[in-house]
Design a protein around this ligand. Structure first.
Ligand code: ZN
Ligand code: ZN
Length: 301
């Protein structure tokens, strides 16, 4: 029997603070999206891996972080334009909502300040500082991470994950394919969901379990989505249902991921409710497992 995994990159403003022109609609959707996604998981008692940006666990900060090793100017936006937006920089209320939820979620790590681990400016010392700071701020909440999700899926410094006590991470997926190949595949798998492959976790050279992603649940937006929705089911829901069916009759994993800020409209919320409900119903009728990344690492290592 296979399984379904949901991983959530939970970051509020941190997913965008380094961009010249942050997409403010998405940034502003982060808080409500977080609560609505958590509620959808709760309704169906579906556990997920929530990879949270460590800075969200702070109650306050000076916006300077002189003691934290970082690239020059890394905290500029938090100190300037977002100085008046604590709602984008801190999120203890949201993390407590996950901790206090009825369903046992896996709280994982998404670095301390959303540093890109493949950036040549991000030295080993900076990567280590990001991991150690994220671990420190989680301690008062009783959170000990097993799972790591690389910001923007930029894999790097994996040895440090093993050294600092992580057991698994979400890999980068089909990294070797060309951009064109990935686009073509995305389009074809929407038309023919059978093309979407399930994934297998594996132990890497550092002893960490790599749990590759199967599908980004908001990677097919804009006009193509509207056109396909006009003739029937949401194309991503269709793909996800197909993959969940396959996981229910094989040993593979359907690993779906998203950000809370992807839930910007009612139809985005409906998409998630629909996929989560479908996975929960298959768990009832087929014995399909719905697992967290930490649970998969536990049985793979
Ligand atoms: Zn700060
Ligand atoms: Zn992120």
């Amino acid at each position: 029997m296979g399984s379904v995994v949901f991983s959530v990159d939970a970051e509020l403003g941190w997913g965008f603070h380094d961009l010249a022109d942050p997409p403010i609609d998405r940034v502003d959707a982060g808080r409500t999206g977080w609560r609505r996604l958590l509620s959808a998981f709760e309704t169906h008692e579906v556990p997920a891996t929530w990879a949270v940006v460590g800075h969200l666990l702070l109650a306050e900060c000076d916006g300077i972080h002189a003691e934290h090793l970082s690239i020059d100017g890394w905290f500029d936006r938090e100190r300037t334009a977002w100085q008046s937006r604590p709602d984008l920089r801190f999120g203890t209320d949201l993390i407590e909502a996950i901790v206090e939820a009825e369903t046992a979620h896996d709280i994982g790590c998404h670095s301390f300040s959303h540093v890109l681990f493949d950036d040549p400016r991000v030295t080993n010392a900076i990567a280590r500082a990001e991991l150690e700071a994220a671990i420190d701020v989680a301690q008062p909440f009783g959170i000990e991470y097993d799972s790591f999700v690389f910001p923007r899926n930029a894999v790097g410094h994996r040895g440090l994950l093993a050294e600092t006590g992580f057991s698994c991470y979400r890999g980068s997926g089909a990294a070797t394919e060309s951009r064109f190949g990935r686009m073509a595949n995305k389009l074809l798998s929407t038309v023919d969901p059978g093309r979407l492959e399930l994934v297998e976790p594996f132990v890497d050279e550092y002893g960490l379990v790599n749990i590759p992603p199967s599908l980004f649940l908001f990677g097919f937006e804009g006009t193509p989505r509207t056109v396909l929705e006009a003739v029937g089911l949401d194309p991503i829901v269709r793909q996800a249902r197909h993959a969940i069916d396959r996981a229910a009759r094989s040993d593979g994993i359907f690993h779906a991921w998203l950000h809370p800020n992807n839930l910007q409209t009612e139809r985005d919320v409906r998409r998630m409710q629909s996929i989560i409900e479908y996975a929960a119903s298959k768990r009832e009728t087929t014995g399909l497992r719905i697992e967290t990344m930490a649970e998969i690492a536990d049985r793979t290592q």
